[in-house]
Design a protein. Sequence first.
Length: 609
Amino acid sequence: MPSISSSNLLDVAADEPDPRRPPRLPPALLMSDADADAEAAPGDDDQLSSFSPTPARDRRIVVAHRLPLRVAADPAESSGLAFAWDPDALGLQLRSGLPPDAEVLHVGTLPAAVGPAHRAAVSQLLYARFRCLPVFLPADLHHRFYHCFCKHYLWPLLHYLLPLSPSSTGGLPFDRTLWLSYLSANKLFAERLIELLNPDDDFVWIHDYHLLALPTFLRRRSPRVKLGFFLHSPFPSSEIFRTIPVRDELLRALLNSDLVGFHTFDYARHFLSSCSRLLGLDYQSKRGYIGIEYYGRTVTVKILPVGIDLGQLESVISSSETTAKIQELKEKYSDQILILGVDDVDLFKGIGLKFLAMEQLLEEHRELRGRAVLVQIANPPRSQGRDVQEVQEEARSITRRINERFGKPGYEPIVLIDRTVPTHEKAAFYAMAECCVVNPVRDGMNLVPYKYTVCRQCSPAPGGVPKKSVIVVSEFIGCSPSLSGAIRVNPWNVDAVADAMYLAITMPEVEKQMRHEKHYKYVSSHDVSYWARSFDQDLQRACKDHFLRRCWGIGFGMSFRVVALGPNFRKLSQANSRMRYRKLAELGFGNRGGGFIARRSGDTGCGKL
């Protein structure tokens, strides 16, 4: 008899529609533009109600926790909300790398609540205008799914923080009810996605740790779905990952994808090690591709660091708002050395350690007092909790202490900006900073060094003067291997970070220029378009044999997986087996005691084969 927790899990993973599932979109709304024109032709009106969407071109369905949209209050709209593209959202930026003839759809939640009475109208509006399909999660479910399980259980664990006690900072112990909420949210994503999915033509690209279970739900509903997954956070070592009570379920869910992408080799290596140690799976590397054999399917593992939207950032840096802000900063910090830090308010960003390194720098180099200024932009947190409050209080406390010790009228060694900073203002700080310090104790990719490099390249300067920049970067973040000219540091070693900061601001101009040139060459050639195009091409390659394979689903709940059989596979014929057995018997072979015995005339004994 299954336990209560097991029965709940089977209910969550079942295929039956959830009563909380939002209403399906009208079939006409799911048509591509070409299909819509065809359906509007005279004499075809009677077919509209029975239309089954068959896209006229390949489609890419990008699935993420959030849709790449901005939402603002607007009383003029019936829903009270106005929608627009978010130019800073990765989901929008990656479209530039996808095939130009492919239709791109987005599935995810909205950053603002929509009342039940307006959801159908908002869904139709967003699909018609943006090709976005919103997933509406009940408020209590979204809180348990995102704020509790994702941000306070999965996020710390993926960043190597174990919840050793209920009072430990940053992490909650595993709670099975929160896990079921996580599965319920992923299931609602799957049900929403199934409404428009055409598995024979569509390519689905899922993003990040919020949706780790989604591949299982999609594969269960459509065994042939072409499915890619990219993890934007670190993947911890197997010693950390194995502490998760649902570790096997998460690994099997990822393995239900056709392609799994990571930012760095280390993250991919940890994933492969976990598959080997926990599931007993082997992997092979062939022609630059890593593949895991999983029940007749080859799951491809891809190492592909993400880049930035070069064009979007260049347009920001060249705007009149940014130019005016740069001039303002020049006047404010005219006789000072500007060191910049840009981080989210997060336990793992190392903001406090950076401030301690600044204190050590001023302690050891008295000539920098009154001249060196660390401007720290602390982006508001995406989720509130005791860990976030402690980070904020620590940053403010250290800032006050250092400013009281080394500050004087008209000079503060640390300027802490803990408000929402507009993009143009950040770009101005990037352009003005002599050095950028990025020292998280653990992070995914972190694109701050890339943005700093591009803004320094595009910043206004006297004609003919080569651009320059210096980056101090933690060795524990994903972009570190890509920045060959950066000064790498262990963020826990405050003295070493202080020395690196001093080296960065006193480095000869020629060396600053050489390092900057090296970084800009890499960043400009490995932008977000290159990243998206490479992943899309690899996903097509990983799915090219789908139509040749026959697939069967096996397993219950989150243990579901697909068995794929090649075109040469033939089912064992019982009739042929019986016929061959009779022929063996006629030749003098018999079956005795479970083994085959050959009888020869005149023999008194028998030989067992």
